[in-house]
Design a protein around this ligand. Structure first.
Ligand code: ADP
Length: 762
C-alpha cells in the first residue's frame, strides 16, 4: 500500500487554498491535507511534527513566510518546506533556500503537475538530507572516537603538507615534543622545531619522497620517529605522515648494554695486553737462560752439574711452552687468533716437528716414524704455523706418554677436487693410553687426567684445548681412540687449497743439507742492545769463520755503514736511540749504492705474523723470533747469502732480446737503455705516490705501463712483481701485499738502474 503523504498548507487566501486542494486531488499521490491560515496555527501543528511536507505562502499577514520558516528550522525541525511565491524573484529564491527551504514554487505553477513534482522532489531531497546528516553524524563520532584513542595511546601521530605546515598532530605525549600541543596545527614545522635540526632534516628527507626512521631525543625522552611520504598517482609527495613512539627505556637499555660491552672489551683488551706484555717480559730473560744453559751444557761439567743444567734446561723450556700456550689460549678465547692463508710446503712443516722431537724420542729409545703418503700434494695454501703447533702438541704428547715402542705420524689424502685437497693426519703412540671416560675432558682447558700427571710428565693441560680449537678454527675435527696401556691415536682432517707451485724432486733434499762453507769470511753485523743476546749469537756463529761485528743500537749501524761493507745485517727491532724499523728505513731509502740492498734479518720478540709483515714491509728480507734457534738462523742466513750470490752472478737485466731487435745497431740499444734509465725513476716515484695513497686504479695502470720496458730489457724479477701488483690492484685482492711487493720492486729497480747505468758508461 502506498504511503499517505501528510501535507500542511499555510495559506490565508481561501481561494488559493481551494485551488490547491482541487489540483492536489487530481494528482496520483495519496495525500492528506491540512490547511491553516495563520502562522500561530501553523506553528502549533509544525511542532507536533506529524507532516511530511509543509507548503508555506510567502505573503502571510503579520509575519512573512520566511520568518516562520526560520523559526521551524531553528527549532531543529527537518521537515521539507516549500515556499509559495507570487513572483519568481531570484533574490527572494536565494534568500529562501538559505533560510532552509527545500524548494519554492510560483503560484502560477500550482497546478496538479507542478504540485506533484514539487512534493516528490522535496521529499526525495529531504530523504537524502536525512541520510547525509546521519552519515555526517557517524563520521563525526568516528573521528571523535579515533581522536580520543590517539590522544590516549603512547604514540604521536602527525602529518605535514608539502609546504612544511603541520596538518595534524595528536597523541598522549604530544606536549613533550611540542609544548603548544595540537594548537600548533597549521603552523610551519620549521618554526615549531627550529631547535631540532635532526627532526627537521628527517621531515625534509621524507618530503623529498623517502621513508625514514630514526631515534631523536626531545628533552629526556627518546622517540623513534618514522616518516612516510604519501604520494599522488603522479608520484608527487602529497603529505608526510609520521608516527613517533617513546623508546627511552629501550634506548637506555641499549646504552647501558653498549657501555657494558665496551667495558668488557676494554677489560678483555687490558687482559690480553697484560698477558702479551707479561709473556714478552718473561720471554726475554728466558731467551738468555735457555741460550746460556745450552752453551753451559757444552762446557766440561761433572755429573751433578750436568744434572742441574738439564733440570734448568727442562724447566726453562717448560716455562716457555707454558707462556706460549697461555698467550695462544688467551688469543683464541678473545677471538683474536686468525688463520692465515699462505703457501707452504707440507714436508717442511712436518720435518720441523720431526727435527725438534727426534731428540726426545731418541732419548727415550722410542721410534718416531713419519709416513706421508706420496699422493699428498706438498705445496698447500693454509696456515703452516698452526699446523706445526697442532702436530707439535700431539706428537710431543705421544712421545711424552710413551715409554717403549713407537710414535707414528701419518698423512693421507682423503680427496682432491676443485683445487682443494682434504688430508687426514694420524698421530699414534704405544704409550699409557687414555680411559674412555676421559676422551672428552682431555680437550678441556687445564685438564689432565690425574693430578699425578704434572708431577710425572709435566704439562699444563692447555695443549689439547688449544689443538682442538685450532683445528676447529680451520673447519676440522679431532677425535681420539685409545686402549689403556696399549696406546692412543689422535686423528684429524683438514682441507687445504692447492698452492701455485708444483711439487718438485728438489725440495726433498732441501733442509738438512746446509753448506756451511758459504759462511766463511762473510761479514755479519749484529745490532743488539742486550748483552746476553749478543753473547749468545756470538757463540752460535762462533765456529763458522764469520767476521762478526757487534753494535749496541741503530745509530751505530748507520754510522758503521758509512765506511764499511757488510754481507748481512742481524737487526734487533727493539733498540734504544734508533730502532730496527728506523734503521731498515734509513738503509733502504737514504743510503746510496749497493749497500742499500744489504740483506737484513729482523730479530723480533714474537713469531706473530703481524710482526713478520711489519718487518717485510719495512724492506727487511726475513725475520726470526727470539729465542733464536741456531738452525733456523743458519738456514735463513744461508738462504740469503746464496740468493745474493746468485743475484750477483747473473745480472737481473738481460738485453739479448733488445740486441736481437736492434740488428746490430748499438745506438738503438743505448737509446733504449737511456730512456729506461731516465723514465723509470719518475715512474717509480709516481707509483710510490699511488701505492701510498692506496689509489689502486692508478697503481695497476702504472704497473702495467712499467711492464713493457721491463719485458724489453728482460728484467724478469721486476716484471713478475709488476704482474702481481697489476693483478692484485685491479682485482682488489691481497691489497696488503702490494706495499711489500712495491718495496721489493723498488729495491730491485735500483739494482737494475745501477746495472744499466754501468752499461751506459761502458
Ligand atoms: P698437557 O700439557 O698436560 O700435556 P694436554 O692438553 O696436551 O696437556 O693433555 C691433557 C691430558 O691428556 C694429559 O695431561 C694426559 O693426561 C692426556 N693425554 C694427552 N695425550 C696423551 C697421549 N698421547 N697418551 C696418553 N695420555 C694423553
Amino acid at each position: 500500500m502506498e504511503q499517505i503523504i501528510r501535507i500542511l498548507y499555510v495559506e490565508d487566501n481561501e481561494y488559493d487554498a481551494r485551488n490547491f486542494q482541487r489540483e492536489l486531488e487530481k494528482s496520483s499521490l495519496t495525500t492528506s491535507l491540512l490547511t491553516v491560515n495563520t502562522i500561530v496555527e501553523a506553528m502549533s501543528y509544525a511542532e507536533k511534527q506529524d507532516f511530511d511536507i509543509v507548503f508555506l505562502d510567502y505573503h502571510l499577514p503579520g509575519e512573512n513566510g520566511l520568518s516562520l520558516l526560520r523559526t521551524i528550522r531553528n527549532r531543529g525541525f527537518s521537515v521539507p518546506v516549500v515556499i509559495i511565491t507570487n513572483y519568481a524573484d531570484p533574490q527572494v529564491a536565494v534568500e529562501m533556500m538559505q533560510s532552509g527551504a527545500s524548494d519554492y514554487i510560483p503560484k502560477s505553477l500550482l497546478n496538479t503537475d507542478g504540485i506533484e513534482q514539487c512534493i516528490r522532489n522535496s521529499i526525495r531531497y529531504s530523504e537524502l538530507e536525512q541520510v547525509r546528516k546521519s552519515v555526517e553524524l557517524s563520521l563525526k563520532s568516528a573521528e571523535e572516537k579515533l581522536s580520543t584513542i590517539i590522544s590516549y595511546t603512547p604514540v604521536i601521530l602527525f602529518s605535514v603538507n608539502p609546504n612544511g605546515e603541520l596538518t595534524f598532530a595528536k597523541g598522549r605525549n604530544l606536549g613533550s615534543i611540542m609544548p603548544g600541543g595540537d594548537e600548533l596545527v597549521g603552523e610551519s614545522v620549521y618554526e615549531i622545531f627550529e631547535d631540532h635540526d635532526e627532526f627537521i632534516g628527517q621531515i625534509k628527507i621524507a618530503l623529498a619522497g623517502n621513508e625514514v626512521t630514526q631515534s631523536i631525543k626531545f628533552g629526556n625522552t627518546v622517540y623513534q620517529i618514522s616518516c612516510t611520504p604519501r604520494m599522488s598517482a603522479k608520484g608527487k609527495v602529497e603529505e608526510v605522515v609520521g608516527i613517533a613512539y617513546d623508546v627511552t627505556k629501550r634506548a637506555e637499555a641499549e646504552e647501558s648494554l653498549l657501555k657494558a660491552k665496551l667495558l668488557a672489551e676494554q677489560t678483555s683488551k687490558a687482559k690480553q695486553d697484560f698477558i702479551a706484555n707479561m709473556s714478552h717480559e718473561i720471554r726475554t730473560p728466558m731467551n738468555a737462560i735457555i741460550g746460556f744453559t745450552n752453551l753451559l751444557e757444552e762446557t766440561t761439567l761433572d755429573e751433578v752439574q750436568k744434572d742441574y743444567v738439564k733440570t734448568i734446561q727442562m724447566s726453562g723450556e717448560n716455562l716457555l711452552d707454558l707462556i706460549n700456550d697461555i698467550l695462544d689460549f688467551s688469543k683464541i678465547e678473545a677471538g683474536k687468533l686468525f688463520i692465515e692463508k699462505e703457501e707452504f710446503v707440507l714436508r717442511d712443516t712436518i720435518s720441523s716437528v720431526e727435527r725438534v722431537l727426534k731428540g726426545k724420542a731418541d732419548e727415550k729409545r722410542i721410534k718416531l716414524i713419519i709416513n706421508v703418503d706420496p699422493e699428498v700434494p706438498q705445496h698447500l695454501l693454509g696456515d703452516s704455523n698452526r699446523l706445526y703447533q697442532v702436530l707439535m702438541n700431539l706428537v710431543s704428547n705421544a712421545v711424552k706418554f710413551t715409554d717403549k715402542g713407537k710414535v707414528t705420524v701419518e698423512v693421507n689424502k682423503m680427496s682432491q677436487r676443485d683445487g682443494k685437497v682434504k688430508l687426514k693426519f694420524i698421530v699414534a703412540d704405544t704409550g699409557i693410553g687414555i680411559h674412555k671416560d676421559n676422551y672428552e675432558s682431555i680437550f678441556e682447558s687445564f685438564s689432565q687426567i690425574s693430578s699425578g700427571t704434572t708431577r710425572k710428565y709435566g704439562g699444563t693441560g692447555l695443549g689439547l684445548a688449544i689443538v682442538k680449537r685450532l683445528i676447529e678454527l680451520q673447519q676440522g675435527r679431532i677425535k681420539v681412540s685409545s686402549k689403556l696401556k696399549e696406546g692412543s691415536t689422535f686423528e684429524f682432517e683438514l682441507q687445504y687449497a692447492l698452492g701455485k707451485n708444483k711439487d718438485s724432486e728438489m725440495e726433498q733434499v732441501f733442509v738438512e743439507t746446509l753448506d756451511l762453507s758459504v759462511f766463511k769470511g762473510k761479514k755479519v753485523l749484529l745490532a743488539e742492545d742486550n748483552r746476553m743476546n749478543q753473547k749468545l749469537i756470538e757463540n752460535v756463529l762462533g765456529n763458522l769463520g764469520i767476521d762478526l761485528k757487534v753494535v749496541n743500537n741503530g745509530k751505530e749501524v748507520v754510522d758503521l755503514l758509512q765506511n764499511e761493507v757488510v754481507d748481512i745485517l742481524l737487526l734487533d727491532i727493539q733498540m734504544p736511540v734508533m730502532d730496527g724499523f728506523e734503521v731498515a728505513n734509513y738503509i733502504r731509502n737514504n743510503i746510496q749504492g749497493p749497500k742499500r740492498n744489504i740483506p737484513i734479518i729482523a730479530m723480533t720478540a714474537h713469531a706473530f705474523k703481524e710482526e713478520r709483515d711489519a718487518c717485510l714491509k719495512a724492506g727487511m728480507n726475513d725475520h726470526i723470533a727470539k729465542p733464536i734457534q741456531k738452525e733456523e738462523l743458519l738456514r735463513i742466513m744461508h738462504h740469503l747469502i746464496v740468493q745474493n750470490a746468485e743475484n750477483m752472478e747473473q745480472p737481473m737485466v738481460d738485453i739479448s732480446y733488445l740486441k736481437s731487435l736492434s740488428e746490430g745497431n748499438d745506438e738503438f740499444v743505448t737509446e733504449m737503455l737511456t730512456i729506461f734509465s731516465e723514465d723509470t725513476p719518475v715512474l717509480m716515484q709516481q707509483m710510490k705516490v699511488a701505492v701510498d695513497n692506496e689509489d689502486w686504479k692508478k697503481t695497476s695502470q702504472l704497473a702495467h705501463k712499467y711492464r713493457s720496458p721491463l719485458a724489453l730489457l728482460g728484467i724478469k724479477p721486476i716484471e713478475e712483481i709488476m704482474n702481481k701488483i697489476e693483478y692484485s690492484a685491479k682485482e682488489k685482492s691481497n691489497l696488503s701485499e702490494i706495499k711489500v711487493l712495491f718495496k721489493e720492486a723498488d729495491i730491485l729497480t735500483l739494482s737494475a738502474l745501477e746495472y744499466i747505468n754501468q752499461q751506459l758508461v761502458k
